[in-house]
Design a protein around this ligand. Structure first.
Ligand code: HEM
Length: 183
């Protein structure tokens, strides 16, 4: 059996502080992003239009959006985008971002779709960052915060798999070893 890993002990909200430390997201970078909230709000409608245009053009993704209020979907995604520029990336932020991931787990959405949609989100986020008085630093900060978000989103998927496998095999450690192909 493989040894235990320290990373296996990091759970829930602690995940973000661990990642903030890993990525070296500084207070200065947080403040730079926080100064761009209005610009992000102005950019959000263009981003959400392109986002849902793309999902609606593809049959396998369009299926998930049937019967949902377009206005509500645009508004929720727009808020998500603006919050990338909130300047505060604390436990409440993580909990909420993790919850967004869980919502996608629960609708049975393969994780490849949200990951692929970063292609739409990134250029708009970068355009916001370029409006900062310190564009290079703001771009670096934006990439970090987006990477954190993607990591937390993915963690929601992994947590779900671990939870179910752990229940099935009677423990998380064994579940992790099985997922690593070592069980
Ligand atoms: C990076 C990619 C994505 C982001 C940031 C995102 C963001 C969000 C947010 C913020 C919500 C609202 C969660 C809440 O209720 O608090 C949501 C819900 C939802 N998303 Fe996404 N989403 C992404 C990708 C996708 C994709 C690819 C699909 C489908 C193909 C999708 C379908 C849905 C659906 C069906 C809901 C639930 C709507 C409801 O409440 O009925 N999302 N998403």
């Amino acid at each position: 059996m493989a040894e235990e890993r320290e990373s296996w002990k990091i759970k829930d909200e602690a995940i973000l502080s661990e990642l903030v430390a890993l990525m070296g997201l500084s207070d200065e970078e947080k403040a730079l992003l926080g100064g761009l909230a209005d610009q992000a709000r102005a950019m959000a409608p263009k981003m959400t239009d392109m986002f849902y245009d793309r999902l609606l053009k593809h049959q396998n993704t369009q299926e998930y959006l049937q019967g949902l209020s377009t206005e509500r979907m645009h508004s929720m995604l727009g808020t998500w985008f603006v919050e990338l520029f909130s300047g505060t990336y604390d436990e409440a932020y993580t909990r909420q971002r993790m919850q967004i991931g869980h919502i996608h787990v629960r609708i049975g959405l393969p994780v490849r779709y949200p990951l692929a949609m970063l292609d739409v989100i990134i250029p708009f986020g970068e355009e916001v960052a370029r409006q900062s008085p310190r564009p290079e630093q703001a771009l670096t900060a934006f990439r970090k915060v987006l990477a954190l978000d993607v990591a937390v989103f993915n963690q929601a998927y992994e947590n779900n798999q671990l939870k179910h496998l752990s229940e099935l095999v009677g423990g998380e450690r064994l579940a992790r070893l099985l997922l690593a192909g070592k069980g």
